[in-house]
Write a protein that binds this ligand. Sequence first.
Ligand SMILES: Nc1nc2c(ncn2[C@@H]2O[C@H](COP(=O)(O)OP(=O)(O)OP(=O)(O)O)[C@@H](O)[C@H]2O)c(=O)[nH]1
Ligand SMILES: [Zn+2]
Length: 359
Amino acid sequence: MTLEEFGYSAWFSEQIDPATESELKVARITAVHKGECEVSDGEETRPAKTTGRLRHQAKSKLDYPTVGDWVLVKNFDDEDFGRIHRVLKRQSELKRKTAGRTNRYQLIAANIDTAFIMQTVGLGYNLPRLERYLVMVNESGIEPVVLLSKSDLLSAEELEQKMDEVRTRMPGVRLFAFSNVDQYGLDEVTALFEPGHTYCIIGTSGVGKTSLLNSLLGEEDCLFTLPVRESDGKGVHSTTWRELITLKNGALVVDTPGMRELGNMDVTEGIGETFDDITALASQCRFNDCSHVGTLGCAVTAAVERNELPEARYNNFVRLMKEAARHEQSALDKRDQDKKLSRFHRSVQGANRKHKGSQ
Ligand SMILES: Nc1nc2c(ncn2[C@@H]2O[C@H](COP(=O)(O)OP(=O)(O)OP(=O)(O)O)[C@@H](O)[C@H]2O)c(=O)[nH]1
Ligand SMILES: [Zn+2]
């Protein structure tokens, strides 16, 4: 595959200084692991690490290479690691705001042209959530396309009704419905993936992202059944998952753990953006940590009582806040469990070592 077929364009090549950077290799980040990346020129994939200078000059994590980035690499063909000298300016950055008050961002991927926002028409269909994804994608400078999945669960009229609902709420956004099961609309959706363009599919767990990817990939190349093996035989990076996938027709799809996590975080984030009217009111509540449910001096409930804020909108807000709190708690619980588990493993290992030592 040529660099262009791999998504390279004049936007990137124009950034290269021919006087000083001509002998560096242009490559794309296909995977990021702890402390190292995989880079590919479309033909060959090699392990690489950032130079100390790049790390030194980085102002934040956003300046580190991420999946989809175009980078300049020294010693690409080296036995050992190549060295990533520079990350070329990105055409788009898929970012999400991290939890908390500060406006910190986590970078999910770079240089994505189009993001497919997938939502089921069955259980889990939720317009506000769809809206939040749309906000995130728009903010990232990426073209959004909405895919309503599992169309087989509805009658033709019901489906048309749902589509109208989405069109009304999000005018101007391209919208398609399809089913992985009865293949309704699948050809049309498949045709949206163009060679040389980079895509991602986002949406909550279970909406059918993997099923769609598998049908785009073709059976002989199923996702998660085909780890890429490095041929150099060094144990450290012997088995890795592909995170930038090339489809049969040459379209590129970013599918990273971070991309998958977007589907789980979605409740916490974006509530403030979607409900900016309520956020504005909240600043007038008597207490900073007002829960906006039956609290003394709450400006939000006062606005509902004065009929200035629709009750349905308020209820939706409260429901989402509760959902978000629950998600956050279960994430914390999980982290706690993981910590306990690894402490347990460590103590068992330690005990084993002691036991062996005393033998
Ligand atoms: N009825 C129906 N079910 C589907 C369709 N596509 C997928 N499913 C089912 O939905 C479930 C989840 O599908 P996945 O493709 O794994 O969903 P996902 O979005 O990749 O989920 P995560 O891997 O958790 O992010 C599976 O049981 C599928 O069989 C569809 O078009 N219609
Ligand atoms: Zn309040």
